[in-house]
Design a protein around this ligand. Structure first.
Ligand code: ZN
Length: 275
């Protein structure tokens, strides 16, 4: 499989979050020929949703996702506050024309060991957000996270679990496939096939470094780790995914410290050689 030209890449703003505002990310994508963007909500709100929507549109960038909704489990109940926040996220995703609203669903409730209880809260929260999202025409993408985050970030950790939820909730909900979170899964091929075109809503890329020095902020640049990105991309595409390849690198020790234009230039290069 040949590599990716930059117009098939999308910049997740977390990748340069220490250096650039959303406005600077938009300009950076244009400078480097990157075809899309995926803002985090803090950057979006900082710029102002309407202003950001206009700037993204005028730049001709696609929006591969909005990061992120979810966090349904924190208080031990799906309360008004969390539903309202997720509805606001849906509105923001609609305003910027995002391909999906990415959901990081939440881990165990505070001071809880009740994992099945957390799963139930997640499903309830997703169901209640989905009704609203369907009316707004926004697709909801569950991002299964690597199991090391089950306690504190997301208790949905496999594509199989995410798709089981999607099966129960019906149309309008699918998965954000992040190679960092799912590369190890020996069911991945079968689950991507099961997901199909309509439910593979996003494809996030970075790399898994060996050793990994921090559980959250030591993701690698594509090509620097052990993930066979071309193989995984091939699986997503052979099952119908045709969206952008969203580059999402949390890297406190390395890439967040570098000049952001250098980071984007490296992304463009590695897109061609390592993806
Ligand atoms: Zn991701």
């Amino acid at each position: 499989m040949s590599g990716l030209e930059p117009h098939r890449l999308s910049l997740n703003t977390a990748t340069v979050r220490e250096k650039w505002s959303l406005a600077e990310c938009i300009e950076g994508c244009l400078r480097h020929g990157i075809g899309g963007i995926s803002p985090w909500r803090d950057k979006l709100q900082e710029m102002g949703v309407d202003k950001a929507a206009r700037a993204i549109r005028e730049a001709g960038l696609a929006v591969s996702g909005l990061c992120r909704g979810g966090w349904f489990t924190a208080s031990g109940a799906v309360d008004r506050t969390v539903i309202d926040d997720n509805r606001r996220a849906v509105d923001e995703a609609a305003a910027i024309g995002a391909a999906c609203l990415v959901m990081v669903v939440g881990g165990l409730a505070k001071d809880s060991r009740d994992l099945p209880g957390a799963w139930a809260l997640v499903e309830e929260g997703l169901a209640r957000t989905l009704d609203y999202a369907r009316e707004a025409g926004v697709r909801i993408a569950i991002e299964p996270l690597h199991p090391m985050y089950a306690a504190d970030r997301a208790c949905v950790n496999t594509m199989r679990h995410a798709l089981d939820i999607c099966d129960r909730l019906g149309p309008g909900i699918g998965c954000a496939v992040d190679v960092y979170h799912v590369w190890w899964d020996n069911e991945l091929e079968a689950q991507l096939q099961r997901a199909g075109k309509d439910r593979i809503m996003a494809f996030h890329i970075c790399d898994w470094l060996v050793p990994t020095r921090d559980l959250l902020t030591d993701r690698g640049m594509m090509g620097d780790g052990v993930i066979d990105i071309p193989r995984l991309r091939g699986l997503a595409e052979s099952n119908g995914f045709s969206g952008l390849n969203e580059v999402e690198i949390f890297s406190a020790l390395d890439w967040w410290r570098r000049d952001a234009d250098e980071v984007l230039a490296t992304i463009v290069r590695r897109g061609r050689t390592a993806c």
